[in-house]
Design a protein around this ligand. Structure first.
Ligand code: DP6
Length: 326
């Protein structure tokens, strides 16, 4: 059977950085994210007894090496659950530049997990899919449910998964994703996570995360946008402080990244309220309320060098769709 799934990327307001168990991808801390309706991956999977090897096509070309291995590893988790020995053809399309810090592993592994498990004949619920996606890429478990999602770190494979904290229509927030470069990053987040082990500031980060989690839950409950924004920015800067002080140092920002940060602060002082957050890459996510998104987008258009601005609202969760890619 051929199955196609579509999964949104997600932007973390409270970040996942550091693992207590690398193999199971158990995170150091809980995280909270918004799923993104205009930044997604679509993946079609078909198992067959005619293939001599798994074949993986991403964004129009056949992949080999590490990229392919990550997909095959995920298929190898799924096949035994379905007692299936057949190999697979996987075709996947991102509607955004992959591996540039725009969460392609999150949406990619989420879409792959859903499509492959259904194509293998498994009937898994959302929690089981999330746990399975997490083994492929931690942040992928936050791309299974929709809306604003919460990943409880849990203590084992069983209880580390994400769920919808608030539905997509709970709060009219927009993430203007500002694409600064389309180049692939040199150090993957998987490598980055492992550097937290030797980072002297990791413990201080965990203390800050605990406070930020409390504050962000309050901000959501009362829909206090200013409080939300302050937490998001402080959390982002905290994460990047740890990245900058890792050995080797992880300097993900470009000069344009910093320019946009300064502009956002300036526009905010002038009355246009938005707050920045940045993952393991140079792209900037400006979080604003729906009523300000057009005004903010127009401001951004005046900044030279920006390659693209994607207007993302909270998405529905990952799902099976009818239109196959092959
Ligand atoms: C900075 O989920 O990509 O985006 O589990 O090793 O695949 P692996 O890491 P990944 O890490 C994402 C890190 C982050 C923060 C976040 O999304 O929470």
């Amino acid at each position: 059977m051929k199955v196609t799934a579509k999964a949104p990327a997600n932007i973390a307001f409270i970040k996942y950085w550091g693992k207590t168990n690398e193999k199971l991808r158990l995170p150091e801390n809980d995280s909270l994210a918004m799923t993104l309706d205009q930044t997604y991956t679509t993946t079609t999977v078909e198992f067959s007894d005619k293939l001599k090897q798994d074949r993986v096509f991403i964004d129009g070309s056949e992949t080999t090496g590490e990229e392919k291995q990550r997909v095959v590893k995920q298929l190898n988790l799924i096949r035994p659950k379905a007692s299936l020995g057949w190999l697979a053809t996987v075709v996947s399309l991102n509607n955004f530049p992959k591996a540039s810090g725009l969460a392609s592993s999150a949406s990619g592994l989420a879409a792959l997990t859903i499509a492959a498990s259904a194509a293998a004949g498994l009937k898994l619920n959302q929690k089981e899919l999330g746990r399975l996606a997490r083994l492929g890429s931690g942040s992928a478990c936050r791309s299974i449910p929709g809306g604003y999602v919460y990943w409880q770190k849990g203590q084992s494979d069983q209880d580390s998964y994400a769920y919808t904290l608030y539905n997509a229509d709970y709060w009219d927030l927009v993430d203007l994703t500002v694409v600064v470069t389309k180049e692939q990053k040199k150090i993957s987040s998987t490598e980055g996570h492992s550097l937290t082990k030797t980072n002297p500031f990791s413990q201080a980060r965990q203390e800050a995360v605990r406070d930020n989690l409390k504050e962000i839950k309050k901000a959501f409950k009362t829909k206090d946008f200013t409080l939300l924004g302050q937490v998001i920015e402080s959390e982002c800067l905290n994460l990047h402080s740890v990245m900058l002080t890792s050995k080797p140092a992880l300097i993900y920002w470009e000069s344009l990244t910093l320019e946009i940060i300064h502009k956002a602060i300036q526009w905010r002082q002038e009355g246009l309220e938005s707050y920045f957050t940045i993952d393991a890459g140079p792209q900037v996510h400006l979080i604003c309320q729906g009523k300000n998104s057009l005004g903010l987008k127009n401001k951004l258009k005046s900044v030279r060098g920006i390659l693209d601005i994607i207007t993302n609202r909270p998405s529905q969760g990952a799902r099976i769709i009818d239109r196959h890619l092959f």
